[in-house]
Design a protein around this ligand. Structure first.
Ligand code: FES
Length: 110
């Protein structure tokens, strides 16, 4: 059975400003696009695992990894370089005005 970990209320997040959230289910980046779409990504960079919570992002949808400067589009998770890995999307649900990270049982097994 999937586990849920509270990330916050939608009013806790600003449009186009990625927010790092640490939960027992994992560390994630939460991003609200300018068109009102929610995105949740694993906070570890897909290159070498740097914490994207320390990534640089002015107001906008591009975030730069603090370690080797890979750049990602937070609207899609895609790497700006077409041959490189993108951010890893995470499951989430918005229910009764609360955003939750959803972790399947098998994800938590070693
Ligand atoms: S760890 Fe992010 S670009 Fe290398």
């Amino acid at each position: 059975m999937p586990q849920r970990y509270m990330l916050g209320s939608p009013k806790d997040f600003q449009e186009e400003v990625p927010q790092y959230c640490s939960t027992e289910g994992g560390d994630v980046l939460v991003f609200l696009t300018e068109t009102g779409e929610w995105k949740v990504y694993d906070a570890a960079c897909p290159h070498a695992g740097a914490m994207m919570g320390f990534g640089y992002c002015g107001k906008g949808h591009i975030i730069t990894c603090p370690l080797h400067a890979w750049r990602f589009d937070l609207r899609t998770g895609d790497n700006l370089h077409p041959r490189l890995y993108g951010l890893t999307p995470r499951k989430f649900v918005l229910e009764e005005d609360v955003l939750y990270l959803v972790v399947e049982e098998e994800e938590g097994k070693i």
